[in-house]
Design a binder for this molecule. Structure first.
Ligand code: PGA
Length: 253
């Protein structure tokens, strides 16, 4: 049984001074959800406040990016060691917004993912196609390429610290969710690709999250699908009640 994992991706929202209230609001609302792994991935500058507010609650804290070098002349970057030192346990890697606006490639996703896993962080590695790619019939090709390059040299043992997030770019922040069947089809492809990369037994243990306009009203039917093991939540992670509603849907699966 794969434990469901619901992670918030706060993106560039929520100030350090606003962080404790949101984390505490979520903690208050999810007391009866012991079967769900709950994560808040916050802007790096919010991590210390989120870690402090999450102490004594089941909420784990993560960041939204990390560099692959441990230290050095990389102005503006944050290392895995810095994140761990601040109390983070997770990090999102290769979100489509980073691919789209900040020059992230499958190769840099691979460097970041391997560094995060080697450091002991759980890497939430994002994959997903644009609408143009889907319409051009390139869905499978894009997902397989993102996985083969993004997860190159990630071993079966490393998969204990790996979560994959399938986020169709056309569903992010648009209110347009993939249907449960559309999502399941790609999740099955992701698991089959993982099986080729790390073996079928290990592939069965890796959680695959869906992300893209997931909310309390659609979470249950998505999470009911065989290969959908959680969610990576943007907009609905910014309100404690909405995020808690998705976690409750995961708990009842
Ligand atoms: P959304 O974002 O839930 O606002 O669509 C998801 C994500 O980008 O991780």
């Amino acid at each position: 049984m794969r434990k469901k994992i619901i992670a918030g991706n706060w993106k560039m929202n929520v100030k350090p001074s606003e962080t404790a209230a949101l984390v505490k609001g979520i903690a208050e609302a999810v007391k009866d959800c012991p079967d769900v792994e709950i994560v808040c991935c916050t802007p790096a500058i919010d991590v210390p406040a989120a870690v402090a507010a999450a102490a004594g609650t089941p909420i784990g804290v993560g960041a939204e990016n990390c560099h692959w070098k441990e230290s050095g002349a990389y102005t503006g970057e944050i290392s895995t060691g810095m994140l761990l030192d601040a109390g983070a346990k997770y990090v999102i890697i290769g979100h489509s917004e980073r691919r789209q606006y900040f020059g992230e490639t499958d190769e840099t996703v691979n460097l970041r993912a391997r560094a995060a896993i080697a450091a002991g962080l759980t890497a939430i590695v994002c994959v997903g196609e644009t609408l143009e790619e889907r319409d051009a019939g390139k869905l499978n090709e894009v997902i397989v390429r993102q996985m083969e390059i993004g997860l190159k040299d990630v071993s079966a043992a490393d998969c204990a610290k790996l979560v994959i997030a399938y986020e169709p770019v056309w569903a992010i922040g648009t209110g347009r969710t993939a249907t449960p069947d559309q999502a399941q089809e790609v999740h099955a492809l992701i698991r089959a690709t993982l099986a080729k990369l790390v073996g079928a037994d290990t592939a069965e243990t890796v959680r695959i999250q869906y992300g893209g306009s997931m909310k309390p009203g659609n979470a249950a039917e998505l999470l009911a699908k065989k290969d959908i093991d959680g969610g990576l939540i943007g907009g609905a992670a910014l309100k404690a009640a909405d995020f808690a509603g998705i976690i409750a849907a995961a708990q009842s699966k």
